[in-house]
Design a protein around this ligand. Sequence first.
Ligand code: SF4
Length: 620
Amino acid sequence: MAWGYWNNILRVDLTTRKITKEEMDNDTYRLFLGGAGIGAKIMWEEVPSEVGSFNADNRLIFAGGPFQGHPVPGSAKFTITSKSPLTNTYADSAAGARWGPLFKRAGYDALVIQGKSETPVYIYIEDAEVEIRDARGVWGMDSYEAVDQVRKEVGDSRASVATIGQAGEKLVKMACIVVDKHSFAGRCGLGAVMGSKNLKAIAVKGSQKVPVSNLSLLRDYNRKYSKEIKNASIQSGLRPHGTPVLCITAEAFGDMPIKYWTEDTWPEGAKKIGAPQYTDLLSAQPYPCLYCPIGCHRNIEIEDPAKYKLKGIGPEYETLGMFGTNLLIDDLRAISIANDLCNRLGMDTISTGACVGLAMECYEKGIITKKDTAGMELKWGDPDVLIELVKQIGNKVGFGSIFSEGTVEAAKKIGKNALELVVHVKGLDFPAHDARACWGLVPTYGTGTRGACHMRGVEEDVEMGGFYIPEIGVTEEHAKFFSAEGKAHLTVKTQDYCALINSLVLCVFMPDGGGLSFTSILNIFNSITGWDWNIQEAMMCGERIFTLQRLINLRDGYTKKDDILPPKMYVPAKKGFRAGKIPPVNNLLNEYYELRGWDKEGRPTKEKLEKLNLPNLGIS
Ligand code: SF4
């Protein structure tokens, strides 16, 4: 057995109701680690191109890595991997709260779900005991009610529950998976895959100790690094203010979406919704995942006005961007209500904000009219429109139901030139970071294996001067706006680094905001596994995992033409920090392919695959 692993995976077939435990060998962990890496390997082997996202043969893989099961700072994370209904690509999405550590302590490295139940069910895991239980009494509940009900049924308020809300049940294509009413595997619609299997929730309790190579050293590291991360996150503002600390800076650098990516500046709006206003107005407090010294999530409280009364989780930076500046809404309390509705329905706030932005732009341009919206005026800046559309999209009712298929499919149905207005790559809506401001985002979004995603590269934080990884040459040299020099190289490095982080599995805010160095991450890793890896070996593993994800998409029909950016990214700003600046998209992508060792069509060469030890999987 490998230290830090159980060497087994749990497989649940919802069609046959068969539950099996399978062995996973040490070599597989050395090649793919865990989390997104193990997820990609299983997707490659078990889900061929012809299997659609809602096909019973699609897999839903919940996986931790070597970091789960001990109080490693930032180790509450786990990943969920599947084929996305929104993008039809490989997709992984991470969440935190408590599920990852508890599942690992139940004695498993991964859970593979396949098949489809005839009636709604949930899965209950308590160490070696695994049951498929009737969920007809839970189906139809929102995600918060479902967590409470499942905990009641399993008789333990400390059980961790990953569930879907009504959006997942109704196969809304941006449905997310909600964990413990606290954390969200938001992107790519994996909640809808869960809904397509008639699977409402997975509850876990675990009580076993994961064996590690050097426990006393690991304990020392955990104590030392937790203290350092906490101090660094106080300095960076992440602990006192959470991710809303980014708003004012991001807007000033032209990084925030304004009016669905058609305008350039809105400093007064960013000031109203970002920190410190956010912290003061919403009485915001840190709400940490298990073993987290930062607590980027916020608990908020709104007393007044009565229509916005709320006590619970507050919006993150991405939601403030997509529901706030993106829609010209500066009412923080209304944004918080829309965020809460999304959480309960179980919907990704980024893609939902993109849907509402597209609807408002189409309305402004006369592409849709009051006749289409049943009389609703889709005016920019109107919080009532946002709240109403969230309800309609999540429940698949009224005009909003057209958007439950995502922006691309909605635009195709709307017709005229609506499709040209959508800001996406491979069907995944841009998060709240503008590639015209941070040029490293061009190849990151273009080649992102789940579409346009900043969390699979994080170079916007490098370019804005807030995060460096000196061990791999990611330094302040890269923090140069409007220069293409070194940006493709930056993307290659940070993508591989993020693939590694998502396979360990570690919350990326531990290094990015908490200052945990790459060397310290490897110290933790080596004390757990006893493998004595160096930086090069770790980065090679990250590259292998990223490349396998790329290969899945290539096999499934994606090509170089799907790496391009949407038309709005070729329109320069008229004013503000990025006025007149446009990134050289084709040059950046070509340079990126070359650095990767891919051919001109964006396909990894045979030599590259051999170097990465991937031919053993039968890839040529
Ligand atoms: S930094 Fe935020 S997302 Fe990461 S573990 Fe802590 S609370 Fe969870």
